[in-house]
Design a protein around this ligand. Structure first.
Ligand code: COA
Length: 338
């Protein structure tokens, strides 16, 4: 094996649909209220793709922007990893459609699924390929159009999610000082049924009855996922800090998965640190699943919240149940303008 290198994020990209759904809009569909959604989740509004749009179409500008911000030509991308649980098709992979549309002619391309932890799983794979020297430039896309699989009769789930796509290009650090310091991936498969789409996979043949029973929609056990999430975020931050002999004071910013503001508040409380340590944009987009971390990262960069040399943490959790964390010393990066 070649000597290990450090992977930095060279460029990021962002894309959300124009169309907004407010809490009041949802209150006209199910028995809920703006007040309940804001206080119990922190979400004020979310974005929704229009009929006729697709994950592929929404992803293209984010992917293109990440490659441009990395100052790379599409042909220089070696691998495209697309983390999503709402691909356009079971086959072909949405990553292959992006590979073709972007002109990344040399790149391998595949989709992967780790629900809301998807981006951290993808970025861990990317940084390993860069570290081993197998690839130089890996494009990781995290994107979901969850509104397509939401039951807008189910108030337990339909108020929580929105659509979006974020992307990042991983490449070797020039200085070998900055870059990914550590990764942690995990799963608690015993909680698999807490976030599930019962039909639409290969478990059952499609039937009219299954569609009538609304089995192709996402269902969640919010209470159980909430319990898991509030514990795991703190646990894995603590574990990674400990094994790197670091304290939270050395972390400039934590970019958490945006599932519920109360999950982030509970982590801040556990560490007795101000909420400013965490980047939060859930109020604007809701839970965008695999997109939530790269969307938040891109906005944090636009706002100048991250500088070279800063230690930052990306932390995800969700369906599977899965969880993941990436600790990065931020490297050379040209700030995006949009
Ligand atoms: C879903 C979630 C917001 C619910 O918040 P909560 O404060 O825990 O609420 P509870 O589950 O205790 O439900 C409280 C009540 O609100 C009701 N409720 C649920 N959704 C509601 C809504 N949209 N509007 C109004 N009331 C609602 C429940 O029916 C329940 O009523 P009951 O007490 O009469 O049974 C929260 O558990 C959560 O964010 N969980 C994780 C979400 C998730 O799975 N995300 C995906 C993976 S990261």
């Amino acid at each position: 094996m070649k000597a290990l290198r450090k992977a930095v994020i060279l460029g990021t990209g962002f894309s959300v649909p124009d169309k907004v759904i407010t809490n009041d809009d949802l209150a006209r569909m199910v028995d809920t209220s703006d007040e309940w959604i804001k206080t119990r989740t922190g979400i004020h509004e979310r974005r929704i793709i229009s009929d006729g749009d697709s994950l592929f179409q929404l992803s293209l500008p984010a992917a293109r922007q990440a490659v441009a911000n990395a100052r790379l030509a599409p042909e220089e991308i070696d691998l495209i990893i697309f983390a999503t649980f709402t691909p356009d098709y079971q086959v072909p992979a949405t990553a292959c459609m992006i590979q073709n549309a972007l002109g990344c002619t040399r790149a391998g391309a595949f989709d992967m699924q780790a629900a809301c932890s998807g981006f951290v799983y993808g970025s861990t794979i990317a940084s390993q390929f860069v570290a081993t020297g197998t690839y130089n430039n890996v494009l990781v896309i995290g994107g979901d159009v969850t509104t397509r699989i939401l039951d807008f009769n189910d108030r337990n789930s339909c108020v929580l999610f929105g659509d979006g796509v974020g992307a990042a290009v991983f490449a070797p650090a020039k200085d070998n000082e900055t870059g990914v310091i550590d990764n942690l991936l995990g799963a608690i498969g015993s909680g698999a049924e807490y976030i599930i789409i019962k039909n639409g996979g290969s478990m059952h043949r499609p039937t009219v009855e299954a569609i009538q029973n609304r089995e192709h929609y996402l269902t969640i056990n919010g209470k159980e996922v909430f319990k898991f999430s509030t514990k795991i975020v703190g646990d894995i931050i603590e574990e990674v800090l400990k094994r790197n002999n670091m304290t939270l004071d050395q972390i400039s910013l934590i970019v958490p998965h945006q599932a519920n503001i109360r999950i982030i508040e509970s982590a801040a409380k556990r560490f007795d640190c101000p909420m400013e340590k965490f980047y939060v944009n859930i109020q604007r987009y809701g839970n965008t699943v695999a997109a939530s971390i790269p969307l938040a990262l891109h906005e944090a960069l636009l706002e100048g919240r991250i500088s070279k040399g800063d230690n930052i943490i990306l932390v995800g959790f969700g369906g599977g149940l899965t969880y993941g964390l990436q600790l990065i010393k931020w490297g050379d990066y040209t700030k995006p303008t949009v």
